[in-house]
Design a protein around this ligand. Sequence first.
Ligand SMILES: NC(=O)c1ccc[n+]([C@@H]2O[C@H](COP(=O)([O-])OP(=O)(O)OC[C@H]3O[C@@H](n4cnc5c(N)ncnc54)[C@H](O)[C@@H]3O)[C@@H](O)[C@H]2O)c1
Length: 297
Amino acid sequence: MSIKNVSVIGAGTMGNGIAHVFAQSGFSVTLIDVNTAQLEKAIATISKNFDRQIAKGSITEEIKAISLANITTSTDIAEGVKNAELVVEAATENTELKLKIFKSIDDAAPAGCILATNTSSISITKIATVTKHPEQVIGMHFMNPVPVMKLVEIINGYATKKEVTDAIVELSKQLGKIPCVANDYPGFIANRILMPMINEAIYSLYEDVAGVEAIDTIMKLGMAHPMGPLQLADFIGLDICLSILKVLHEGFGNPKYAPCPLLVNMVAAGRLGVKSGEGFYVYTAGSKELVVSGSFK
Ligand SMILES: NC(=O)c1ccc[n+]([C@@H]2O[C@H](COP(=O)([O-])OP(=O)(O)OC[C@H]3O[C@@H](n4cnc5c(N)ncnc54)[C@H](O)[C@@H]3O)[C@@H](O)[C@H]2O)c1
């Protein structure tokens, strides 16, 4: 399987990072979003992130120019995927939306095109059912920020054929990433293990076993984690953590995945972490200082 043309659907946080790494590795990339302003913002972000790499000395101005020239944008899925050998979908995490997008890709992409999704929690097997070729559908789960994080969690749907998995493993290596393959069960591997840890950290706070700083410091210094679980939850978004825990809870029917009532309350109150300005910590624009939220002092 020779892959040269890649279409990325969704130009948000993940989509712009995915377009960045493919373009830098010499692929021809079509970045697609329903929102024109989002496409413009994505190109500006990619350009800024290339500048950061130049400042660190990891790429040159010339590589930046070549890589940016590898990216074109489109607001039309049918047009944007018509020459693709691989589509990576990174649109908003919503099952109905993804099913609709995969139906459109399946109708418009050339025969033999691999259809990948960057979903964090939606079943690959379910997404594949709306296509004519479920054996060509696979999970390609990049981590945030994509240009920096080495892992690609590759997820086989129930019907994914081995040739497709092998091609995505090889391709991930070409991007300079380290691929790991898992099968399609709720949360795959990354979130199945991460989210119960975050939930347990929130339970420890809820039950007053320790405070925010103590919980995060114990996990940082004791386990050599770069970030404590509460800070990480703020970074991911507490609404996202809640929704992934619900997928695990429903998918396995096991009470051990039930989201902590404190997490449920914080999401209901709009305390979503970094993106809302407050979660377990308070975030002030321009400041890197980690300040515990007044609710937990
Ligand atoms: N943010 C993370 O840390 C992270 C990490 C791993 C995986 N993911 C997954 O990546 C995917 C994208 O997440 P994100 O954080 O980049 O979201 P985001 O909200 O930043 O971006 C989503 C983009 O999808 C676009 N979009 C919505 N409907 C569309 C359509 N019909 N066609 C084309 N574009 C459409 C939106 O305009 C938006 O630009 C989700 O499935 C998410 O679960 C996110």
